[in-house]
Design a binder for this molecule. Sequence first.
Ligand SMILES: Cc1cc2nc3c(=O)[nH]c(=O)nc-3n(C[C@H](O)[C@H](O)[C@H](O)COP(=O)(O)O)c2cc1C
Ligand SMILES: Nc1ncnc2c1ncn2[C@@H]1O[C@H](COP(=O)(O)OP(=O)(O)OP(=O)(O)O)[C@@H](O)[C@H]1O
Length: 313
Amino acid sequence: MQLVRGLHNVRPAHHGCVATIGNFDGVHLGHRAILTRLRNSAARLNLPSCVIVFEPQPREFFNPDTAPVRLTRLRDKLQLFAEAGIDQVLCIAFNKRFRQLCAEDFVQRVLVDALGIKHLQVGDDFRFGCDRAGDFAFLQGAGQRCGFSVEPTATVEIDGQRVSSTRVRAALAEADFVLAERLLGRPYNIDGRVLHGQKLGRTLNAPTANVQLKRHRAPLHGVYLVSVRLRSGRQVPGVANIGTRPTVDSGQRAHLEVHLLNFSGDLYGQHIDVTFHQKIRDEKRFESLPHLQEAIAADIAQANTLWQHYHTL
Ligand SMILES: Cc1cc2nc3c(=O)[nH]c(=O)nc-3n(C[C@H](O)[C@H](O)[C@H](O)COP(=O)(O)O)c2cc1C
Ligand SMILES: Nc1ncnc2c1ncn2[C@@H]1O[C@H](COP(=O)(O)OP(=O)(O)OP(=O)(O)O)[C@@H](O)[C@H]1O
C-alpha cells in the first residue's frame, strides 16, 4: 500500500482510481463495509483503490481541546487499511487553506484534477465540505457532470443502532469491551514502544512497562485487566493503569503502564500490543506511596483471579 502525504505529492501515476473519503477513526465495521465495497469496485474496474483521510481530523482542527479522543492514530489506520487490501492512501493536511474549500472545489481539485477518480464509495449519510453541503445527492450530481459513479453503502447497524466511532468511544468509556470488539470487528488494543519511566514501579513492588502514547488523551482511564503480546508473539496477562498518575505526577499527560503478571524480563525498546479485557477500578490520588503500593498489590491479586476466570471461559 502506498501513502501519499499531501495533495502536492499526488503524481500523474495516481490519476485514475476508485476512492472513498472520511476520518475512519477506529476503522470499525461500518468503515470496513465501505473498504470491502471499494476493493470490489477497484477489482471490477481494474483500477487502484484509494482512501482519502485528513490529518488532523477536521474536528481536531476546529476544536483541538474538545474534539473527541482518537481511537486510532494515522499509523494504526494505515495498518488496518493495508490489511483490508487498499492500494493507496491520500492523507490531506487539514489546515486553514484547505478548510475554505467548498464542496464543488473539493470535487474538482481533489477528486477530478488530482486523482481522476472513476468511482466514489461513501456511506449514505456522508457529508463534507466547508459548509458540509457535500451530501450524497450533491456527490451524485457532481459525478454525473465530472464522469465518475457514486455508490452509497447502506448503514451498518448492530443491535439496531448505527456503528460509529462515537459509539465505540462510548463503549470504551463504559469499559464494555465486548461491545467495543463487536463494533470494531477486533478487540480494542493500544500498541507502542516501551520507554524508560521514573523507575518508581520497582520500589512499589510492581515494575511497569511504560508504553509511549503519542497523544495526550486516551479513550480509557483507570486500572484494567489486560493481556500483552510481546515481540516474540508470546501473550502475557497483566494489569494496566492508564491515566495521569496523580499520586506521583502533576502533569496532564496520559500514561499507559503495564505490570505483567508473574513475569520477569527486560522489555525496554520493545513494541508491545496491549489488549483490554475488564476494568478493575478508577485511577485515584493516594495520600502516600505506601497507600498506592497497597492498592497496586490488591489490583495485581484481583487481576490474577480475573485472568484465571478468563482462561477457563
Ligand atoms: C496496577 C496499577 C495501578 C495504578 N494505579 C494508580 C493510581 O490509582 N493512582 C496513581 O497516581 N498512579 C497509579 N499507578 C501508577 C503508578 O503511580 C506508577 O506506575 C508508578 O509511579 C511507577 O511509575 P514509573 O514506571 O514511571 O516508575 C498505577 C500503576 C499500576 C501498575
Ligand atoms: N455504520 C456505518 N455504516 C456504513 N457506513 C458508515 C458507517 N459509519 C461510517 N460510515 C461511512 O464511512 C465513511 C467514513 O466515516 P467517518 O469516519 O467520517 O464517520 P463515522 O464513522 O460516522 O464517525 P463519527 O462517529 O465520528 O461520526 C463515510 O463514508 C461514512 O458515511
